[in-house]
Design a protein around this ligand. Structure first.
Ligand code: UD1
Length: 373
């Protein structure tokens, strides 16, 4: 079975790694790895291929940055040529980035079945570009692989058939569990002069948080206060660093003596940094899941999450962007009242194995009938 596996942006790389590995191991697949080039800085892309031993992409569309329409359109134009040329049996997409959406639309229109890994997550907030990407990708996918039972329910409610939906677990956690030991060898704590459990980690890149100067400034208010209680390490996404410059906030950020703003980290360094943190503050989706498995309290600087299981079962708490709430919730954690949580069902390191088993048994004609029905 020839499968084009699509990646484009940072959170895709840890999801595709175990899938590529299992496909290669199985023998019944001809896996092609396609990178759209949505992320292109070495620190946002190349380092993950090295850390996670992902094979070099067979194809790189090299689309780069742009507005949503520009980026999506560029990917679509280039991907259409690749599909026409390669005629794969399946296109496999992961997550919810623009590359996921663009390649799903092209494949569906060229009648190539799409498998979506991490299907069915919903924040019910259409101001998030990822929510649009998730809805469209799922609507067009033939096979839907989910990470939690709530995702199955969302998909059924939207009219998908049970035959299309497979609850398989979480491929990003496959990677976390596979590399957690190796990550322990990272010397990132020494490099940054940090002591285990005596610092907080911050990541921030959602357009809703960083593209609006007043929201970003409110978050800085909270950080100004919090860094008086605990050192904060902030590997800054290029988008966020740009916004600090653009909004004239760079000096204010630099004046926080107990907050270290650093370049984005590679996978192994970042996992080590997270695993030894006292607390994580983030607006990322994936990090809510990783902290849940690592047992590190996570405060999510958003009003909603598409990953509710990280709240009901994991270590995650939604705190929004109100500085008073962020600080009081953070202080609770520092005072020993952080959530402990437990690992959700099937987040056991074997999700990719399950996906490959299902794909190996998959009979496209059966599914198109199920879909037509
Ligand atoms: C994308 C995903 C988001 C994911 C995030 C992880 C979409 C809609 N969003 O957001 O879901 O959580 O990746 O990082 O797909 N840039 C660089 N170098 C790079 C990549 C980006 O400098 O290698 C800068 C550029 O200024 C670019 C900006 O970051 O315009 C935004 O990049 P983009 O890929 O559009 O979206 P992200 O914010 O990274």
């Amino acid at each position: 079975m020839r499968v084009i596996n699509v990646v484009g942006a940072r959170p895709n790389f840890m999801k595709i790694a175990p899938i590529m590995r299992e496909m290669q191991k199985h023998g019944g697949f001809d896996p092609v790895l396609l990178h759209t080039g949505q992320h292109y800085d070495d620190a946002m892309s190349q380092v993950f291929f090295e850390d996670l031993k992902i094979p070099k992409p067979d194809i790189n569309l090299g689309v780069g940055s742009g507005t949503h329409a520009q980026q999506t359109a560029k990917i679509m134009v280039e991907f259409e040529k690749i599909l026409a040329d390669m005629r794969p049996d399946l296109v496999l997409v992961v997550g919810d980035v623009n590359s996921t959406l663009a390649c799903s639309v092209v494949a569906a229109k060229m009648l190539v079945p799409v498998a979506h890994v991490e299907a069915g997550l919903r924040s019910f907030d259409r101001t998030m570009p990822e929510e649009i990407n998730r809805l469209v990708t799922d609507a067009l996918s033939t096979l839907l692989f989910t990470t939690s039972r709530d995702a199955n329910e969302n998909l059924l409610r939207e009219g998908h058939t049970p035959e299309q939906i497979y609850f398989v677990g979480n491929v990003m956690i496959d990677t976390l569990l596979a590399f957690a030991k190796q990550a322990e060898h990272s010397d990132v704590l020494e490099r940054l002069h940090l002591d285990s459990k005596r610092y907080a980690v911050l990541t921030l890149h959602r357009p809703g948080n960083v593209d609006n100067p007043s929201t970003l400034s409110r978050i800085l208010n909270a950080l100004e206060n919090l860094q008086r209680h605990i050192p904060i390490v902030f590997p800054a996404h290029p988008r966020t660093s740009d916004r600090f410059r653009q909004f004239g906030l760079s000096e204010r950020v630099a004046s926080m003596r107990n907050m270290k703003v650093i370049e984005p980290l590679g996978y192994l360094d970042f996992i080590k940094l997270t695993a030894h943190a006292k607390l994580v503050l983030t607006d990322s989706g994936g990090l809510q899941e990783e902290t849940t498995v690592l047992g590190i309290p996570c405060l999510t600087l958003r009003d909603n999450t598409e990953r509710p299981i990280t709240i009901t079962e994991g270590t995650n708490t939604l705190v929004g962007t109100n500085p008073a709430v962020i600080v009081s919730e953070a202080l609770k954690v520092l005072n020993g009242h952080g959530k402990h949580g437990r690992t959700p069902e099937l987040w056991d390191g074997r999700a990719a194995e399950r996906i490959i088993e299902i794909l190996a048994r998959w009979n496209p004609s059966q599914l198109s009938t199920a879909q037509a029905a």
